[in-house]
Design a protein around this ligand. Structure first.
Ligand code: NAP
Length: 337
């Protein structure tokens, strides 16, 4: 276990804002958890910091579970069951799984963050969600002080949502279990236009997970800023869900509207809504709407928490005024207390 005081958070979250936490507790193994209750109450759980926005001073303790690595639990000709420690870097694990010949996570390459953070947000990209390949989650319930093994169903996954997201900082995820497909049992998802078009252009077979991963890597970095270049947290807002009636009215008023059937209504592309309000490249202080993808807010170098919050508010107000659609941040905002 590592206990750090007066911690600089600028390198501990991908937005890279200047922020300091009073204390960060880093756990190296599940054995460390036995000492937690005596150390802290109600800490904020930190993964790779890829979906967090921090105010300049954080008084609450931060808690990070750092154990890494994976082990194969069992294999059949169809699938492989694997346990991955929560502190493992997500992208490293995805590429490792592909190199081992397992299929399932190829659409989720190049997403920053840790394996433990993946179930919280139920990360998703290009038509695949983490929950499709996840069988269970091991977590420590900080409130009840007990260990839990939760099935995928018990995790209550939804669109960028889960039990963990609805109860922030209650469950410290320590390991995630995946069931991935073996060769000859691949079911790749190539329905997103960007993916299928590139596969065709490059004359690649649709069922090769490594090819798909490579293509998705190219698409992502053509559109998204690398956090090392411009601090950011990926999609800043969720794609809003609207009723069929509202989508129909919006389509009448805005025939170019980008929307997709979703659950009992429609999902709107938040990036398109923001772009239509003319925000691409708009700057508040040192916070900027990324010119190639309006859904991403970036730190131009010295952005402050207030810069980002002001830009966020301007965007939400403009989208509301133009479309009567309420945008909700996907990024978790940790304000000073
Ligand atoms: P895009 O391809 O420009 O599409 C805009 C939006 O339309 C996306 O948000 C996507 O929803 C939706 N969409 C596009 N084709 C669709 C289809 N065939 N069926 C259903 N929905 C469709 O999006 P982008 O911004 O470049 O992002 C590409 C992918 O990476 C998206 O899946 C996005 O969610 C994902 N991504 C995820 C994160 C994150 O987890 N925080 C960060 C960055 C990008 P969905 O978002 O629901 O897929």
């Amino acid at each position: 276990m590592n206990i750090l005081n007066a911690v600089d958070l600028s390198t501990k979250h991908t937005f890279g804002l200047a922020s300091q936490a009073r204390r960060l507790i880093q756990l190296d193994s599940v054995d460390d958890i036995a000492q937690l209750a005596a150390l802290t109450t109600a800490p904020i759980i930190l993964g790779g910091g890829s979906n967090m926005l921090f105010a300049p001073h954080i008084q609450q303790d931060l808690l990070q579970f750092c154990a890494t690595g994976y082990q194969v639990l069992s294999q059949t000709p169809q699938y492989c069951d694997i346990q991955v420690m929560a502190g493992t870097e997500w992208n490293q694990w995805v590429w490792q799984s592909l190199e081992n010949g397992w299929q399932g996570l190829e659409n989720l390459v190049e997403i920053p963050g840790t394996v433990g953070a993946a179930p919280v947000q139920n990360i998703g990209a290009f038509g695949v969600e983490a929950c499709q390949y996840l069988t269970k989650v091991q977590a420590y319930d900080l409130q009840q002080q007990q260990w839990l093994t939760l099935s995928a169903e018990q995790c209550q996954f939804g669109y960028r949502d889960s039990l963990f997201k609805r109860h922030p900082d209650r469950f410290l995820i320590t390991a995630v279990y995946f069931r991935l497909n073996q060769p000859d049992h691949y079911q790749c998802e190539t329905r997103y236009a960007d993916v299928s078009t590139r596969l065709q252009q490059q004359g690649l077979t649709q069922n090769n997970p490594l090819h798909i991963a490579q293509i998705i890597k190219e698409i992502r970095w053509a559109k998204l800023p690398r956090p090392e270049q411009y601090g950011n947290a990926g999609s800043f807002f969720k794609n809003p869900k609207v009723s069929a009636a509202q989508q129909s009215q919006l389509l009448t008023d805005f025939p170019q509207l980008v929307s997709f059937p979703f659950e009992d209504g429609y999902k709107l592309a938040a990036g398109w809504l923001i772009d239509q309000c003319g925000f691409k490249g708009t700057q508040c202080g040192q916070a900027r709407v990324y010119p190639k993808q309006a859904l991403v807010l970036c730190n131009q170098g010295q952005a402050t928490f207030d810069d980002v919050m002001l830009l966020r508010q301007k965007i939400m107000d403009a989208v509301w005024q133009r479309f009567a659609v309420s945008l909700e941040p996907e990024v978790r905002i940790i304000e000073s207390i």
